[in-house]
Ligand binder design. Structure first.
Ligand SMILES: Cc1cc2nc3c(=O)[nH]c(=O)nc-3n(C[C@H](O)[C@H](O)[C@H](O)COP(=O)(O)OP(=O)(O)OC[C@H]3O[C@@H](n4cnc5c(N)ncnc54)[C@H](O)[C@@H]3O)c2cc1C
Length: 145
């Protein structure tokens, strides 16, 4: 989102479009544990820029759009639009990849054990929060707490 804003600032005539497969953009992932611990009110408090704020800056935000392929020769990307199930082909002049990373799941957590979560994105935090709320009794974090 930083790169998208900067591209737009440098060339106000540029058409800048961001495809985001999820529903959240521009938030402080480092705050996720603090929401779960209660030090930060909720996940919304982690958001730095909303899609509406980015659109007001002239950056097109397409939520729920997963890029599934790149054709560098034709200069197009293939995009799966989750809401409609459609597959789109979108042209580009310049392409910036900013996919982040995927969390590694250790061998001992490969199965569908309940209560085993990754913590990478806001939906992960929401899943952990839902699990914690479903637990009866106190939750103990780590050794000696
Ligand atoms: C719990 C936690 C604590 C952290 N604490 C710190 C800290 O204290 N200090 C620090 O510097 N960093 C911290 N980080 C790391 C920091 O959050 C990341 O370095 C940063 O978010 C990476 O930014 P990014 O834009 O590269 O990727 P991301 O923020 O992961 O953004 C990538 C986006 O691309 C989307 N995407 C991926 N593939 C596709 C696709 N094919 N099509 C469409 N969209 C796609 C994803 O949905 C995601 O929204 C922490 C991270 C976590 C999870």
């Amino acid at each position: 989102m930083t790169a998208a804003s900067r591209a737009r600032r440098q060339d106000p005539d540029a058409q800048v479009v961001v495809f985001e497969r999820g529903e959240w953009i521009s938030y402080g992932a480092c705050g996720l544990p603090y929401v779960l611990g209660g030090a930060v009110k909720d996940f919304d408090a982690l958001v730095a820029r909303t899609p509406a704020q980015m659109r007001a800056r002239g950056v097109g935000i397409r939520l729920g759009h997963e890029v599934t392929g790149i054709d560098a020769t034709a200069a197009t990307v293939t995009v799966h639009e989750r809401a409609s199930g459609r597959t789109l082909t979108e042209p580009y002049d310049r392409l910036l990849l900013a996919t982040g990373v995927a969390a590694l799941r250790p061998d001992w957590a490969q199965s569908d054990l309940s209560g085993v979560h990754l913590l990478r994105e806001i939906p992960d935090g929401q899943a952990i929060e839902a699990t914690l709320k479903g637990l009866a009794g106190p939750v103990w974090w780590g050794r000696g707490t």
